[in-house]
Design a protein around this ligand. Structure first.
Ligand SMILES: Cc1cc2nc3c(=O)[nH]c(=O)nc-3n(C[C@H](O)[C@H](O)[C@H](O)COP(=O)(O)O)c2cc1C
Length: 257
């Protein structure tokens, strides 16, 4: 049975919670899915101090002794992850942003390959598309297989028509996410993703050494030799493109420096 966990960045059980609960009910109506709603406000999460110890020495050196690892374990135990947030002042809620800051090092050392991801943003009027875009970006860069998120717009009180529109949108999107969960967990990368990986890892190989936590992580994963983050079959063209991207890395490095 697949497990889907939704992390909710709203401190009260109103619009965002309601949308998530409905979304998860829809998923469960489609097949055997275990679900969990994680209300971030119920967990102890300190504010990032910007010390960079997670980047430079390792996440175990984070001075915040909080529930980060409890929440990360929940992600690791899931096949699908949903980040759900209200639009507060045209961004994710502070709760959600604080949660994401705890993942800063995972952008350097991605680890959520094989897991499906999407987002749910609720809002009163507008600005939510940018938030969905941001969360899609977050999901992809943490390693997830990302399905473009959904934005739910409704001013309260809602009309029946509004609610029916929301119900339809949530039902349609949950069907897409259900399909995503059923798809291969380790798909062949797009040329763009292949490029990001190959240029990134070759640049890191040339620029850093064993004293860097990120370098040791990449070396430990075998990423300096592998075709991609995970075993995958690249066709002839992608194989050639991959070699080209490796060769291009020094030029990219020169532009960056
Ligand atoms: C502090 C605050 C800021 C908000 N900012 C926006 C905004 O920028 N754009 C918008 O469309 N709605 C905004 N809203 C409305 C909420 O996004 C909307 O009501 C949402 O569904 C609330 O979800 P919740 O019930 O889970 O808190 C804001 C609400 C609050 C409380």
């Amino acid at each position: 049975m697949k497990k889907v966990t939704a992390f909710v960045g709203s401190a009260h059980k109103k619009n965002t919670h309601a949308a998530v609960a409905q979304y998860l009910d829809n998923l469960q109506a489609l097949g055997e899915i275990e679900v969990e709603i994680v209300t971030l406000s119920n967990y102890k999460l300190g504010t990032c101090r910007g010390c960079r110890l997670c980047f430079e020495k390792g996440e175990q050196f984070c001075p915040l002794k909080d529930d980060r690892d409890v929440l990360m374990d929940k992600i690791m135990a899931s096949d699908g992850v949903i980040l759900a947030t209200p639009n507060y002042s045209f961004q994710v809620s502070g709760l959600m942003k604080n949660f994401l800051d705890h993942f800063g090092f995972v952008f350097h050392r991605p680890c959520y390959f094989g897991k499906a991801f999407t987002s749910i943003v609720t809002q009163g009027i507008g600005g939510g598309d940018q938030i969905v875009k941001y969360l899609d970006f977050v999901g992809s860069n943490l390693g997830f297989n990302t399905l473009k998120g959904i934005k739910i717009t409704a001013l309260d009180p809602r009309t029946e028509r509004d609610q029916a529109r929301i119900d339809r949108a949530l039902a349609a999107h949950s069907r897409q996410f259900y399909a995503r969960l059923a798809r291969p967990a380790y798909p062949a990368p797009s040329v763009f993703k292949l490029m990001l990986f190959r240029v990134g890892r070759t640049t890191m190989y040339r620029l850093l050494d064993d004293s860097s936590c990120d370098y040791r992580y990449y070396a430990g994963q075998g990423w300096f030799q592998s075709d991609y983050y995970y075993p995958t079959r690249l066709g002839v063209l992608k194989r050639a493109a991959g070699s080209l991207f490796d060769a291009m890395a020094p030029a990219v490095l020169r532009v960056l420096s």
